[in-house]
Design a protein around this ligand. Structure first.
Ligand SMILES: [Zn+2]
Length: 171
């Protein structure tokens, strides 16, 4: 190969040009790294989000099969489960919109990602209120609290991440 800087032929294994001292290894620019990271984020949000969404829906379907056993058959869970499944499906759709925006470097990507976490926060509250009305206050679990705190943290983390990368999300 040849040195990008002075044109001297250099060994494939040389890390710097023996003539001018320039690095021979193509240094990835912030732009390239930033775009790769953005692609990773886009796919990550989409696939991980879909996976958790589908696991959640599967658990709800399983719960609906056992709804007669719960609380000695006093609980009517079908309304709650319908709401929870609809909320999960909307969540997956929002994730897909955010992932597409990230991959296409849309300027709106950051706001969409924050909106997904905001939506998750609100839908957790809706399900907690609905769940405690149907199942009693015992339906609140620690994981709901952790998830809500995580949603808020992720809104701030992503707002700052996308704000610092306005040069990448320009479309
Ligand atoms: Zn050189």
């Amino acid at each position: 190969m040849f040195c990008n800087s002075c044109g001297t032929e250099v060994s494939e294994f040389a890390r710097v040009c023996p003539n001018c001292g320039e690095p021979t290894v193509k240094v990835e620019t912030r732009e390239v790294l930033g775009t790769k990271w953005a692609d990773f984020l886009g796919y990550f949000y989409f696939w991980i989000g879909c996976l958790f969404g589908l696991i959640g829906i599967a658990r709800l379907v399983e719960l609906s099969g056992r709804s007669d056993d719960l609380l000695g058959g006093k609980a009517n869970l079908s309304g709650y489960i319908t709401v929870a499944v609809v909320l999960s499906l909307v969540n997956i759709a929002l994730l897909a919109v955010a992932a597409v925006a990230i991959i296409n470097r849309k300027r709106s990507a950051g706001k969409l990602v924050c909106a997904v976490f905001g939506y998750e926060f609100v839908s957790t509250i809706i399900l907690l209120i609905y769940g405690s009305a149907v199942l009693g206050p015992g339906s609140f679990s620690g994981s709901d609290g952790v998830r809500m705190i995580l949603d808020i943290v992720l809104i701030f983390v992503n707002a700052s991440y996308f704000d610092n990368r306005r040069d990448i999300f320009v479309n």
